[in-house]
Design a protein around this ligand. Structure first.
Ligand SMILES: [Mn+2]
Length: 326
C-alpha cells in the first residue's frame, strides 16, 4: 500500500490532510509531518481542522494555517486522515468525496470500520508518526524534511509515553534518534507535552485521585471524573486526557480505569453518558474488556462510551471485570 500512497503523491498536486476527531499529539503531529513532507516534494498541502486544538499541542502548529471548511469549488487530488480506525472519529464537516478525492488512511490501530480508499495501516508501529516516516523513506527523501521532525517526534513521544510503553521497539528508538538529528528538540517537546500544566489541571488531578477505589484484590484501580468536579476545579475535558494513567501507576495494579461523565446533546435534550478509559500495566488485554462494553482500542489502552450514568457504568464495568478475573 505504501507504493500506492507514493503514486498518489507523485501524480497529485493538491492535498488535504485531516486528523481524527478531538485531535491528539499523534494525529496532529502526523498530519503536520505529512504536510511538511508533501511541501518538501513540491506539492500543496492544507490542514483541515474543524475543532479547536488543545493548548498543549499549539506549539506544533508554528505558522501553519488550517481550514475548517473547504472553499466553494475547491477539489483535492487526495485527502489523508491521520491516526483513525473508526468511522465515528472522522472529524465534523468532513467534505464530500467529490471534494476530497480518494481518502487515504494512515494509522497504527486495529481497524474497527472499513474506512478510506487506500489504507496505510501498520499495527506494529508505536505511533502513526512512524508510518509517516515510512512514507518519507518511500518517497526517496534523503532526510526528514524541515519542519516535519518536531511534529513527528512529538507524535511518537506522546504515543509511547516518552519511549516507555511496550510498543517502543529498537526501531522506534532509532527513529527517535533520526528525528533529533533532523532538528527535533527532546526537552522542548517533553516540556510542551508533559510539563506545562495549568493550576486547574493539577487541582483536577487531585480531585480525581481522591476518588481512587481499589477493587478485585487490588488488581484494579478505579477513578472517576464528574461534571461537578470539572466545574469546581475550573478545568475542561482536555485536561482529563492522560489522567487514567495514574490509576495504572498504583503498585500491583493490572488494570486502571477512569469513569468520565460526558455530556451529550440530542434532539431529546441534554443528558450525561459515561466514557470509560482503561489501561493495562502488562498482562491484561483491556481491549477485550472494552469490546465487551461496545468499545475498542489496543491491548494496553482501550475505551468505550455508554449511554448510562456514571454509577451504572461502574456496575457494568465491574461485571465485565468480574468475568475477566473469573
Ligand atoms: Mn496514535
Amino acid at each position: 500500500m505504501i507504493e500506492r500512497a507514493v503514486e498518489i503523491i507523485e501524480s497529485g498536486e493538491r492535498f488535504l490532510v485531516a486528523c481524527h476527531r478531538r485531535p491528539d499529539a499523534d494525529s496532529l503531529g502526523s498530519a503536520l509531518g505529512l504536510i511538511r513532507t508533501l511541501r518538501a516534494v513540491g506539492k500543496q498541502a492544507t490542514l483541515f481542522m474543524p475543532e479547536s486544538i488543545p493548548e498543549s499541542l499549539s506549539f506544533l502548529m508554528q505558522d501553519e494555517q488550517s481550514i475548517d471548511t473547504v472553499p466553494e469549488g475547491t477539489r483535492f487530488d487526495a485527502t489523508w486522515i491521520m491516526d483513525i480506525a473508526a468511522k465515528a472519529l472522522i472529524p465534523p464537516r468532513f467534505p464530500s468525496p467529490e471534494v476530497t478525492g480518494p481518502v487515504i488512511i494512515v494509522d497504527h490501530h486495529h481497524a474497527h470500520d472499513d474506512i478510506g480508499d487506500v489504507v496505510l495501516r501498520d499495527t506494529s508501529a508505536a505511533a502513526t508518526g512512524e508510518v509517516v516516516v515510512r512514507i518519507i523513506d518511500a518517497l526517496g527523501l534523503e532526510s526528514i524534511p524541515e519542519g516535519a521532525a518536531t511534529p513527528i517526534y512529538a507524535a511518537i513521544v506522546s504515543d509511547t509515553g516518552g519511549f516507555r510503553y511496550a510498543t517502543t521497539r529498537p526501531a522506534t528508538l532509532r527513529l527517535g534518534a533520526r528525528l533529533v538529528e533532523a532538528g527535533a528538540d527532546p526537552w522542548q517537546v517533553a516540556q510542551q507535552l508533559f510539563e506545562r500544566w495549568e493550576p486547574a489541571r493539577l487541582r483536577l488531578l487531585s480531585s480525581i485521585i481522591a476518588t481512587l477505589e481499589m477493587a478485585f484484590d487490588d488488581r484494579v484501580a478505579i477513578m472517576r471524573v464528574t461534571r461537578q468536579m470539572l466545574q469546581i476545579c475550573g478545568a475542561n475535558d482536555d485536561m482529563v486526557e492522560g489522567m487514567v494513567n495514574y490509576a495504572r501507576r498504583v503498585q500491583g495494579v493490572e488494570i486502571g480505569a477512569l469513569l468520565w461523565e460526558w455530556p451529550v446533546r440530542s434532539a431529546e435534550g441534554n443528558h450525561l453518558e459515561t466514557k470509560i478509559s482503561l489501561r493495562s500495566s502488562g498482562a491484561a488485554d483491556v481491549s477485550a474488556i472494552a469490546a465487551a462494553l461496545h468499545g475498542g482500542g489496543h491491548r494496553a489502552a482501550a475505551a468505550t462510551q455508554l449511554d448510562v450514568d456514571i454509577d451504572r457504568a461502574e456496575e457494568l464495568l465491574r461485571d465485565e471485570l468480574a468475568k475477566y478475573f473469573a
